[in-house]
Write a protein that binds this ligand. Structure first.
Ligand SMILES: [Zn+2]
Length: 635
């Protein structure tokens, strides 16, 4: 499998490189081609040559040294410190004997790379080891350390995985691509457990694999993977659009049941979904409702994950090329573009997306090379789902905070750990810096801190404004002094008994977690305020408070106690990470080129239908609203 294609590629490479270059080995590493040579410096100094070669063979090419020319690690460390300027602040150097790479972790990775890559090229020239450069985040992240450790300690296994994958992607296929079908396995005419299955005569791809965390039983919580055409052994790839559990939460299950193939996503998605999946397992365990997989399977999924940057075109099957594009929803969130066959069909799956600039992210991408079919979300697709502008939402928030602080109260903001929390942190930091909000401590509780740390590891995924602040002005709002991490119960007690403050805590819907504990402590004092900035599901404590309930029975020390709510309850719309109705319609107006067919997903039944009919009436584009388990032929 794959060997004939590899042989052909190898011949082209040998012919095209200058005769002085000694090619020791050419291998597939997943979708990429790796050239091992005894004189890597000649190739790396001829960047153009490699670019042309990559274009010819239509593959990404990686150059590494043959083992025989590698410098001893001890000496190499010495050399690296000589070559790299001290301001780069290297925090760790380790060597991967399997791939002949040196992994350099630094506070300022840009300085290890150097202008146009000069410094990293110098490293290869002097020590042979190919540098792999990683950012050491300014807030240390336990998850990133765990992920990096897992990859480091399992390098040999990882290499096998990638080689097998390379052969599988490059297998010869003989059947013509006469059709493409998509089957909705979850998240259609509902929100939760997103899962879409794509089939061609030659390959099978799963896009998203989520859980419905509000589901009452297995049947309503997990995608329909028990359909006869879905066979794990035949699956070529899984693509995860973003880290939220309703898109990534069921992924470990696939590995539990024997899936050995790859997962494609961005790096922030890999790290954040690992955080959320581990937390999900933990919470389920504590509530004595274990999930059908465990920590081992999350680890296995990390070992099988291939991360892609936005815009990077990658072969994921003999007849499918994948490109991820910014979706503007949370950090690392992606729109999935698939080029099927020799240009027969192009499908875009939007995932969750925001078609407006936020403080955190740029708006979703709307220009594609080609697009015939579009699968889009409709969370706020109903005709009355119009949200206030960001600006108005921020003003409303500032006013509420100002008034509460004036009367000596504390502000509790329950938030989801990923996305809204960081958006709010930036807003609050800015208003405090400009003296519009009085400088009071902002306490960051629970998983939010770890999720924020992961944001600080990937500034290149943030909005242009934030990148400018971080890289050019040298000011990172996430590490501002106003934010204080909360460690444990004693500190929480001190906070509620202390001076006026703002508290950001999970869960976002007051459905468990520390936000409920804060609520119990703060709700009976009328000076305090509770501010909702995100969606409150039916049945949650958050929704009940929005409806005006004033007597809330909650468990305390094993007994049920009724809490009399006297604090101000406020809901501020406009901070959502989803496009509202206007933005969804605007997206169809702007998306280029115009799709021929639009399938609507990720919305309540009525919103899905409402959006579909409005799109059809306004733009005369064929729309479909498949139910779960329906198959649509798109080509
Ligand atoms: Zn989402």
């Amino acid at each position: 499998m794959g060997s004939e294609i590899l042989e052909e590629i190898k011949n082209t490479i040998v012919q095209r490189l200058p005769p002085r270059v000694q090619v020791a080995k050419v291998e597939f590493e997943g979708p990429e081609v790796v050239i091992y040579t005894k004189n890597p410096e000649i190739i790396t100094e001829n960047g153009e040559l490699i670019r042309d070669l990559a274009k010819d063979i239509r593959k990404r090419i990686i150059i590494r040294s043959d083992r025989s020319v590698l410098m001893d690690p001890e000496k190499s460390i010495h050399k690296i410190h000589e070559i790299v300027p001290e301001e780069a602040k290297i925090t760790n150097i380790s060597f991967d004997e399997v791939t002949c790479e040196v992994i350099i972790e630094a506070r300022k990775p840009g300085l290890v790379i150097g202008k146009y890559g000069t410094t990293s090229r110098e490293i290869v020239r002097q020590i042979g080891w190919a540098p792999k450069i990683l950012r050491t985040p300014p807030i240390s992240s336990e998850i990133i350390q765990r992920v990096r450790r897992t990859l480091r300690h399992n390098s040999k296994e990882r290499k096998n995985i990638l080689q097998n994958l390379g052969n599988k992607i490059h297998r010869e296929v003989e059947i013509e691509n006469e059709w493409t079908r998509i089957t909705s396995l979850g998240g259609f005419r509902e929100v939760g457990r997103s899962c879409l299955f794509l089939q061609t005569p030659n390959s099978k791809i799963l896009i998203d694999c989520g859980v419905n965390v509000a589901g009452s039983d297995d049947k309503s919580s997990y995608p329909f993977l028990n359909v006869p055409e879905f066979v794990l052994d035949n699956l070529d790839a899984v693509i995860i659009s973003h880290a939220h559990l309703d898109h990534s939460g069921f992924l470990p299950y696939l590995y539990h049941y024997g899936y050995e193939g790859p997962v494609y996503c961005t790096t922030p998605t890999r790290d954040l979904m690992t955080l959320l999946q581990l937390d999900h397992i933990d919470v389920a365990h504590r509530e004595d409702q274990p999930l059908p997989f465990n920590v081992k399977h999350v680890k296995k999924s990390v070992k099988h994950t291939l991360t892609l940057d936005y815009g990077e075109v990658t072969d994921i099957a003999p007849d499918i090329r994948l490109t991820l594009h910014n979706a503007g929803h949370i950090i690392g969130s992606a729109m999935v573009h698939m080029h099927i066959g020799d240009g027969q069909h192009n499908l875009v799956y939007t995932g969750d997306f925001k078609f407006e600039r936020s403080r955190l992210l740029e708006p979703a991408v709307f220009k594609f090379p080609r697009i015939e079919s579009l699968v889009m979300e409709s969370t706020y697709g109903g005709h009355d789902d119009v949200q206030p502008t960001r600006n108005d939402a921020e003003k409303e928030l500032v006013r509420t905070i100002y008034n509460t602080l004036e009367r000596g109260g504390k502000i509790l903001i329950p938030v989801f750990a990923v996305g809204r929390a960081q958006e709010l942190m930036i807003v609050l930091d800015e208003y405090i810096r400009h003296g519009i909000i009085e400088e009071v401590p902002i306490y960051i509780d629970g998983m939010i801190w770890e999720a924020t740390a992961i944001h600080t590891a990937r500034p290149e995924y943030l909005s242009k404004d934030l990148r400018d602040q971080i890289f050019h002005i040298g000011r990172n709002p996430f590490i501002s002094d106003v934010f204080q991490k909360v460690n444990g119960l004693e500190e929480r007690k001190d906070i509620v008994e202390g001076d006026p403050a703002i508290i950001l805590s999970t869960s976002g819907m007051l459905s468990g977690g520390n936000s409920v504990e804060y609520f119990k402590w703060l709700c009976e004092d009328k000076r305090n305020a509770l501010v909702f900035v995100g969606y409150q599901a039916e049945g949650s404590l958050g929704r009940r408070l929005q409806k005006g309930w004033k007597e809330i029975p909650l468990k305390e020390d094993g007994k049920t106690k009724v809490f009399n709510v006297k604090m101000e309850i406020k809901t501020i719309e406009g901070f959502s990470g989803h496009s509202d109705r206007k933005q969804l319609m605007d997206y169809i107006r702007k998306v280029t080129p115009k799709p021929e067919k639009i399938m609507i997903c990720h919305g309540d039944n009525y919103k899905t239908m409402d959006l579909a009919s409005s799109i059809y009436r306004t733009f005369k584009i064929e729309t479909k609203t498949p139910m779960n388990l329906e198959t649509v032929r798109i080509q």
